[in-house]
Write a protein that binds this ligand. Structure first.
Ligand code: NAP
Length: 295
């Protein structure tokens, strides 16, 4: 068997085109465009690239966007002040603070400062609690993108064994909750899990979000399983000054002959995260507008 590769680039583009079409229709009716405010602190190369891709996708979809670049030396108070300014800005419907923040900044306090009604990443405790209680409002972008891929591929979820490797607040935990929400039997693995392979081999759906290059090998995968590789890891460059290869947490060479469906890296989950950010911001704009009309 050779796994079919899930084309995250193609699906991400389709989602962005749907969002762009809705924005165009609404702006043609005289409504202001959705607005996304992005806060980037410091110059981490990966974060800078993600923010550039996100703001470019916003522009392409007809969004209004503001990008606040702050130096790595910015204080917690300065960052909170930026978030507050975006909370108050009526042209901004979604706010994203690019994580990770520099050492010494309390990420949780910054996330809490975002108005939950403008929480484009779905990471505010109010939105996390809503998801945990089975009443999701705005969903974290990466796990939402994974669910979109599973739906688009027609993967059966209800009653199937799903294993999520990784329990971060950004990916692993919300991923497990979303799979549970759709009636999968979910197991979450982490760094203390004993005999990881014995558990991953049970999975009909295996989602890996660890940040360890090629951790999951073919012998850890059930034949025919759907394998979603969230990991994005840069290998050391072959030559000094070169750029290392981008790989996932799944060893593609050994997993591709075993799995039924597999997301490539790059071109899998990454483009979906950006597409879901746009969809979230549009949703927040529409719900915010509705709340303003009814209040
Ligand atoms: P994270 O916050 O560092 O969490 C990593 C998780 O993996 C932790 O729960 C950790 O367990 C677990 N873990 C570490 N070593 C393990 C091992 N040997 N076996 C089993 N579990 C292990 O990472 P994250 O933010 O979730 O990101 C994970 C990966 O996804 C990274 O490569 C990141 O770049 C990528 N990512 C990609 C996208 C995208 O759009 N494609 C978005 C977000 C993240 P403990 O909890 O026990 O420490």
């Amino acid at each position: 068997m050779t796994a079919k590769l899930i084309d995250g680039r193609g699906l991400g583009l389709r989602v962005r085109q749907q969002v762009a079409a809705e924005v165009a229709a609404r702006t043609a009716r005289g409504q202001p465009p959705p607005g996304l405010g992005v806060v980037l602190v410091g110059e981490d190369p990966a974060s800078t690239t993600y923010v550039r891709l996100k703001t470019a996708a916003c522009a392409e979809a007809g969004f209004y966007s503001i990008q606040r670049n702050m130096p790595a030396t910015a204080s917690q108070e300065e960052i909170l002040a930026e978030v507050e300014a975006l909370n108050r800005d009526p042209a901004i419907h979604g706010i994203l603070v690019q994580l990770p923040l520099p050492a010494g900044i309390d990420e949780e306090a910054v996330t809490r400062a975002i108005d939950p009604a403008k929480d484009a990443d779905g990471l505010h405790p109010e939105n996390v609690a809503a998801l945990a209680m089975g009443q999701p409002q705005v969903l974290p972008c990466t796990p939402a993108g994974v669910m979109e891929m599973l739906h688009d591929e027609g993967v059966a979820i209800s009653g199937r064994e799903a294993v999520v490797v990784g329990r971060s607040n950004i990916v692993g935990r919300p991923m497990a909750r979303l799979l549970l929400q759709e009636d999968a039997t979910v197991t979450v693995c982490h760094s203390r899990t004993a005999d990881l392979g014995a558990i991953t081999r049970r999975a009909d759906i295996l989602v890996v979000a660890v940040g360890r290059p090629q951790l999951i090998t073919g012998d850890m995968v059930k034949p025919g399983a759907t394998v979603i590789d969230v990991g994005m890891n840069r290998l050391p460059p072959a030559e000094p000054g070169g750029r290392g290869k981008l790989v996932g947490d799944v060893d593609r060479d050994s997993v591709e002959p075993v799995a039924g469906l597999l997301t490539p890296v790059p071109g899998g989950v990454g483009p979906m995260t950006i597409a879901m950010l746009l969809r979230n911001t549009l949703l927040l704009r529409n719900t915010l507008k509705a709340a303003q009309v009814t209040s």
